[in-house]
Design a protein. Structure first.
Ligand code: GTP
Length: 231
């Protein structure tokens, strides 16, 4: 597969089209506030899709490799298909502003495994953290009921603009006094037709829907890929 150097993305003389948009791997970013269930969702997607798809994962943590260690510990993928990026800074910087380390990690996985799907999990951050579309093709934003049922109403780039919104931990809603129907209605209003899934990643509901969305995006991505662009 042809490689796209970072210089190319930054205005070099060669074609600046991000080649991964036309290549085999669909790159899906998974972002959202601290503790909302991003790593749990990555693990659940690996379990749901791992038998039918070639998969790889990049995790982002500020100082540790905890999320990658967790995924390796759960044995959701072979260890060498999980790569950790230590951002050393606000997670959103590494997925939106200076994406070099993440691009290196993705390209390394693509070169070694030629996967059909690369999941890039952001470190936990606030509601403004979104991925650069130079790094990913699609993004999922994960909220949880325990973070407050007024969060979807507040909108913001992740909640309103992500390709898929997941409202996780619906199993905890009654315990924390969160009105899931209100969260779904507010999400529908601010997202203007973009899909939302209500989920309990830990107990199962919603995971199949998210996996179906990913499958559909992979199929659409493959349809768009021009044969001449695919190695
Ligand atoms: N009850 C419940 N707990 C969940 C669910 N999903 C995740 N959790 C728990 O919530 C905690 C945080 O989940 P993680 O997947 O680590 O969240 P994260 O968004 O990756 O966290 P950071 O990477 O630290 O931002 C863990 O204890 C999970 O087991 C869920 O659907 N229901």
């Amino acid at each position: 597969m042809h490689r796209l150097d970072h210089e190319d993305l930054n205005g070099g003389a060669v074609d600046a089209t991000p080649l991964h948009r036309h290549g085999r791997a669909l790159r899906v970013g998974i972002g959202g506030p601290v503790g909302s269930g991003k790593t749990a969702l990555v693990a659940a997607l690996c379990r749901a899709l791992g038998e039918e798809l070639s998969l790889a994962v990049v995790t982002n943590d500020i100082y540790t490799t905890e999320d990658a260690d967790f995924l390796r510990g759960q044995a959701v993928l072979p260890d060498d298909r999980v790569v950790a990026v230590r951002t050393g800074c606000c997670p959103h910087t590494a997925i939106r502003d200076d994406i070099t380390a993440n691009l290196d990690a993705v390209e390394d996985l693509v070169e070694r495994h030629d996967p059909e799907l690369v999941l890039v999990e952001s470190g936990g951050d606030n509601l403004t953290a979104t991925f650069s579309y130079g790094l990913v093709d699609r993004q999922i934003f994960v909220l949880d009921t325990a973070g407050g049922d007024d969060v979807p109403r507040k909108g913001g780039p992740g909640v309103a603009g992500a390709d898929l919104l997941v409202v996780n931990k619906v199993d905890l809603a009654a315990l924390v006094g969160a009105d899931v129907d209100r969260m779904a209605a507010d999400a529908a209003r601010v997202r203007e037709g973009r899909p939302t899934v209500l989920a309990s990643v830990r107990t199962g509901p919603g995971v199949a829907e998210v996996a179906a969305w990913v499958r559909a995006e992979i199929a659409a991505h493959a349809d768009r890929a021009a044969p001449s662009d695919v190695a």
